[in-house]
Design a protein around this ligand. Structure first.
Ligand SMILES: *Cc1c(COP(=O)(O)O)cnc(C)c1O
Length: 394
């Protein structure tokens, strides 16, 4: 059976795919169908937050699947209610949660909430949302429009929904606000746009300004959330209180789930928004167990130790390969290393794959690391030693 041929014949070719076929994962190690072992520094683009084959998560999913997988949102769902409570408690914010199935969907819901708020809180409806250059908010027709990278706005897919305005920098937001603006949507650390972390003071000042003007701050934490930054939410790390926070990637440990939380708890009412699948027994019990595992990792300071160790290794890499790399970026276990103009980051990612370590590309010239939050020191050592071999082999 030739998987590559079948994939190419029957799956739409929307991804520039690598054809290594993985059959098993343990922690941050992955095994391909020919028995080769890879170190996983990508964790499925920040999704496998508790590693592969995590026993506690697997057991929770299996136990839940044996009992009940799905009932619609027309019934109360115990693990969904418990997961919402846990998200609110871990965040330290006052709010309520809506569940979705993905990051884009969480952002769609956040945009709906913002627009309804914009109508109810003002005499004339406010609806425009300001987003930033190099941002990424998803692939649906609305979230792709919200994404501030023009390469995503292919004319083939037009017309796009109205109501978004792009600016280059945080400082540009202030002038871009008009009397139809309802708020600003941003990632505190831009994931797809080069692993770029915004300046803390600039974000705190923006939050204060938006509060004063009664404008919303929507923080897209689809990638930065769920301890990726070292805190439960990057918003906690930045010390701000957003109006709406969206999450997804790491929340289910690999099971599809998205969510948004808002301090405007009762804007959306029965019938305003919904989802058939979202927050079902399976995904919300996976979410609950994922958060149990990760909050323990945080409380025992193991996460902070891993972050420190990874940071040291990444900076050693920068020092030893200063001919190839320019600087490191990012926060927590969401890290980038910027590649000098003479080098092609795509070729580096490929060379790493050849030497059995998986890393990612971000933006035009950044190599990105999104390891599982449970990665061990040995796995980090082994991964960086393979990255070094790959770089020497360029
Ligand atoms: C991945 C990502 C999304 C989209 O999430 P999907 O689950 O692919 O829809 C949105 N925003 C950010 C910041 C992301 O990193």
């Amino acid at each position: 059976m030739n998987i590559e041929a079948i994939d190419k014949a029957f799956v739409m070719g929307t991804y520039a795919r690598n054809y290594t076929s993985f059959v098993k994962g343990v922690g941050s190690k992955l095994y391909s169908d020919d028995g080769s072992e890879f170190i996983d520094f990508a964790s499925g683009i920040g999704v496998n937050s508790v590693g592969h084959g995590n026993e506690k998560l697997v057991e929770a999913i299996c136990n839940q699947a044996k009992k009940i997988i799905h009932i619609s949102n027309l019934q109360v769902i115990e693990p969904q209610a418990m997961l919402a409570k846990k998200i609110v408690e871990l965040s330290g914010y006052d709010g309520k949660v809506f569940f979705a199935n993905s990051g884009a969907e969480a952002n769609e819901g956040a945009i709906k909430l913002a627009r309804k708020y914009g109508k109810e809180a003002n005499e004339h409806k406010k609806y425009k949302i300001i987003t930033l250059a190099n941002s990424f908010h998803g692939r649906t027709i609305t979230t792709v429009k919200a994404t501030g990278q023009h390469s995503f706005h292919d004319a083939s897919f037009a017309p796009y929904p109205d109501g978004f305005k792009f600016v280059e920098t945080i400082a540009d937001i202030y002038e871009a606000i008009d009397d139809e603006t309802v708020g600003v949507m941003l990632e505190l650390i831009q994931g797809e746009g080069g692993v770029y972390a915004f300046d803390k003071d600039e974000i705190i000042a923006l939050r204060a300004f938006l509060d004063e003007k009664k404008l919303l701050l929507i923080v897209d934490e689809v990638q930065t959330g769920i301890y990726r930054s070292g805190e439960f939410l990057a918003s906690n790390f930045y010390g701000i209180t957003p109006d709406i926070i969206t999450m997804a990637k790491g929340l289910g440990g690999g099971v599809p789930i998205g969510a948004f939380m808002s301090r405007h708890k009762d804007i959306l009412k029965a019938g305003d928004h919904g989802s058939t699948f979202a927050g079902n027994y399976l995904s919300s019990s996976a979410g609950l167990t994922t958060l149990e595992i990760l909050s323990e990792l945080y409380d025992t300071h193991k996460l902070q130790e891993t972050i420190k160790y990874f940071d040291e290794e990444l900076n050693e890499l920068l020092k030893d390969f200063s001919d190839i790399f320019e600087s490191t970026s990012g926060i927590g276990l969401m890290r980038g290393i910027k590649v000098k103009r003479e080098y092609d980051v795509g070729a580096i990612v490929k060379a790493c794959m050849k030497h059995q370590v998986i890393i990612l590309k971000s933006g035009r010239n950044t190599a990105r690391f999104l390891p599982s939050l449970t990665i061990t020191k040995d796995e980090i050592d082994e991964g960086f030693s393979r990255v070094r071999i790959a770089l020497n082999d360029l």
